[in-house]
Structure formats: structure tokens, C-alpha cells
Design a protein around this ligand. Structure first.
Ligand SMILES: CCCCC/C=C\C/C=C\C=C\CC(=O)SCCNC(=O)CCNC(=O)[C@H](O)C(C)(C)COP(=O)(O)OP(=O)(O)OC[C@H]1O[C@@H](n2cnc3c(N)ncnc32)[C@H](O)[C@@H]1OP(=O)(O)O
Length: 316
């Protein structure tokens, strides 16, 4: 039970270090992941007689876990555009943590409850006209969500049923597999430079892990948004599917991934992602300070204000 409390209160990295006796975040990720799925003493907390269990208490996020299949469905539900507010980011991190701790959960499908928008990315209003302390708290929540999703030992599949700029694209890229609705009106990409802001190194590294260095360099500098077909072409999305089948295709894809023994897949995933995760863990505080300093600058605030004004103009 002590281990369970540590898990919930201090996050997976800390609890796994305790569980594995590992002294530092950087030395224990592989060991941690290989043992993360065996925290049987924590099982009691989440075991349920019902087959499907509703996890999230937030109205901005629903998480339904099917104990029979081991697959959870996480739906973003923050109208109008599923922007990632401080509240939603916090709910996401907590929800992902709960799933990680549930021994019967093996995979998560992430999607949007609202057609046409997967997620508009970070809520820009959280980055405008606020005190520095708020920026620090907000950025820590962004980091936390990324650490939980990118560092998840579960199979994670993004069922991208709408546009997915910036932070929305980041969440999709954190997943193991991406399916996108083939609607040419939708787009996906890291467009930060178009807002006059800079994607931090861990956004960059996540993208590099998906599409490689050259495509990342071009995409980030130009703030490129890709249509679903273009996204498949550059490898940002694994495949497009007819809009009405995105979710069912995600389930079918999940079944494929779940045929692989968990321990072998988890250790392999950890080997692929460990360096990037350790990089952020080692620089968390300085990354927060960089963000808070950068976003507080008058020039950046002006840029964000102009961007939001342009967004509010009627679309041609
Ligand atoms: C060197 C040191 C570096 C340190 C690091 C420094 C900085 C890093 C910083 C930040 C990284 C940020 C990553 C992000 O995620 S920034 C967010 C980027 N997101 C976008 O650009 C998306 C913008 N939105 C859109 O393109 C469209 O809205 C969208 C395609 C999603 C939907 O289009 P639709 O036509 O359906 O809807 P709209 O009418 O455009 O929007 C409705 C409503 O929602 C508001 N809104 C849209 N997006 C956001 C958002 N991201 N945050 C807050 N609000 C948003 C929009 O303004 C409309 O509001 P209203 O007019 O109804 O009031």
C-alpha cells in the first residue's frame, strides 16, 4: 500500500524508482518499465466487477476502461476545440497515471469526443496576460502530461478524428500508432513558429522519433501543417482511414499490438524513448524557467495576441 501511495502522489517515475530500488531517473527507466506491470499490491485499488469502468471525474475528459479487453478509451471533451487548459492537462496526467497503475489495462485509445477537432493544442489563453507563477504551473502540467503519455508502458493509439495542431499533434506523436480520418479539411503538425513561439527540445525530439531529422527541421521552422494524406507521406501519421471508421480501425490496430507479449514490447519501447525522457527529467526546472521567461516577453505576448485576433476573424 505504501508503494501505491507513492505511485499516486509522486508520479510513475518516482514510484518506479522506489519499486526498483533505482536511485536516479536516468538509471532506471528500463528496469522500471519491465516491472511496472507487476505492481500487484496496487491491483486491489482498481479492480472492479463491472466490465467497463468509468475513470475520470472531469467533464472535460472521459476514460472508460474495459476490464475484459484491457483497453481503455480516453476521449477529450473540452469544447469548442479541446484546447489543453491547465485543468485538462492535469486531468490527463492523473487519468494516464491511473491507467498505468491498473494491472488489467494494456492499451489506451486516445480520441476526441467532438467531431472535426482532435485537439487545438495548448490553450493559448493560459499563456497570455498571466503572472509568471501561472506560466510555471502551466508548463509543469504540460511536461507532466508529456511524461505520462510519452513514458507510458501501455500500447497507446491515437484515433485522430479531426484537426490536431501543435500540442494536439504532440499528444498524437507521443502515441505508438496514429490513425487519422481521411478528411482533407483536417490538418496536423507543429505550427508553433507561426504563433511566434518556439517548440521546446522535447517537442522536437518527439517529432524526430516519429518522422526523422530532416522532416522535423523543415516542419518546425516553417510551422508546417499537413493534410492527412501529406501526414502519411512524411510518416507523421501511420495511415488514414474513412472518417466514420477511425475508432473501429483503432480497435483493430490495438488488437494487433496486444498480440505482442507486454514485457518485450515495453522494454523495447523504453529503449527507444529513454534518452528523450531522461533529457527532460534532467532539465525540468530550467525548461520551466525558459518557458516562463520566454512567454512573459512583451514581444511574445504581442505575437500571441495578434495570433488570437487573427483566429477570431471570420474564416474566408
Ligand atoms: C527558446 C526557449 C523556448 C522555450 C519554450 C517556449 C515556448 C513554447 C511554447 C508553447 C508551445 C505551444 C504549443 C501549442 O500547442 S500553442 C497552441 C497552438 N494552437 C493553434 O495554433 C490552434 C489554433 N486553432 C485553430 O487552428 C482552429 O481553432 C482549429 C483548427 C483548432 C479549429 O477551427 P474552427 O474553425 O473549428 O474553430 P475556431 O473558430 O478557429 O475556434 C473556436 C474558438 O476556439 C478558440 N481557440 C482555438 N484554438 C485555441 C487554442 N489553442 N487556445 C485557446 N483558444 C483557442 C478560438 O479563438 C475560437 O474562440 P472564439 O472566437 O469562439 O472566442
Amino acid at each position: 500500500m505504501a508503494a501505491l501511495l507513492l505511485r499516486t502522489s509522486r508520479g510513475l517515475g518516482a514510484c518506479l524508482r522506489v519499486a526498483t530500488g533505482c536511485p536516479s531517473p536516468s538509471s532506471c527507466v528500463v528496469a522500471a518499465w519491465s516491472s511496472a506491470r507487476w505492481p500487484r499490491e496496487g491491483a486491489v485499488a482498481w479492480r472492479t466487477h463491472a466490465q467497463v469502468r468509468h475513470y475520470s471525474s472531469s467533464d472535460k475528459l472521459s476514460i472508460d476502461m474495459d476490464d475484459k479487453t484491457g483497453v481503455a478509451v480516453l476521449k477529450l471533451s473540452n469544447p469548442p476545440v479541446n484546447s489543453l487548459s491547465l485543468e485538462l492537462l492535469t486531468e490527463l496526467a492523473i487519468g494516464l497515471d491511473k491507467l498505468e497503475m491498473n494491472p488489467s489495462c494494456r492499451g489506451v485509445i486516445m480520441t476526441s469526443a467532438h467531431p472535426h477537432i482532435f485537439s487545438a493544442g495548448l490553450d493559448v489563453s493560459e499563456m497570455m496576460g498571466k503572472p509568471t507563477e501561472h506560466y510555471r504551473e502551466f508548463w509543469r502540467a504540460v511536461q507532466e502530461m508529456w511524461l505520462k503519455l510519452y513514458g507510458s508502458s501501455l500500447v497507446t493509439i491515437a484515433a485522430i478524428n479531426g484537426s490536431s495542431p501543435a500540442g494536439g499533434c504532440l499528444m498524437a506523436m507521443c502515441c505508438d500508432y496514429r490513425l487519422m480520418a481521411d478528411n482533407p479539411k483536417y490538418s496536423i503538425g507543429l505550427n508553433e513558429t507561426k504563433l511566434g513561439i518556439v517548440a521546446p527540445f522535447w517537442f522536437r525530439d518527439t517529432m524526430m522519433g516519429v518522422v526523422g531529422t530532416r522532416v522535423t527541421e523543415r516542419s518546425l521552422q516553417l510551422g508546417l501543417m499537413y493534410s492527412p494524406a501529406e501526414a502519411v507521406h512524411v510518416g507523421l501519421v501511420d495511415r488514414t482511414v474513412p472518417e466514420e471508421t477511425v475508432f473501429e480501425e483503432a480497435r483493430t490496430e490495438m488488437a494487433r499490438w496486444l498480440k505482442i507479449p507486454d514485457h518485450a514490447r515495453q522494454i523495447t519501447k523504453s529503449m527507444m524513448r529513454k534518452t528523450t525522457i531522461d533529457h527532460l527529467l534532467a532539465q525540468r526546472d530550467s525548461d520551466i524557467s525558459n518557458f516562463a521567461n520566454f512567454i512573459s516577453k512583451d514581444s511574445i505576448q504581442k505575437s500571441l495576441t495578434a495570433y488570437m485576433q487573427a483566429l477570431r476573424q471570420p474564416k474566408k
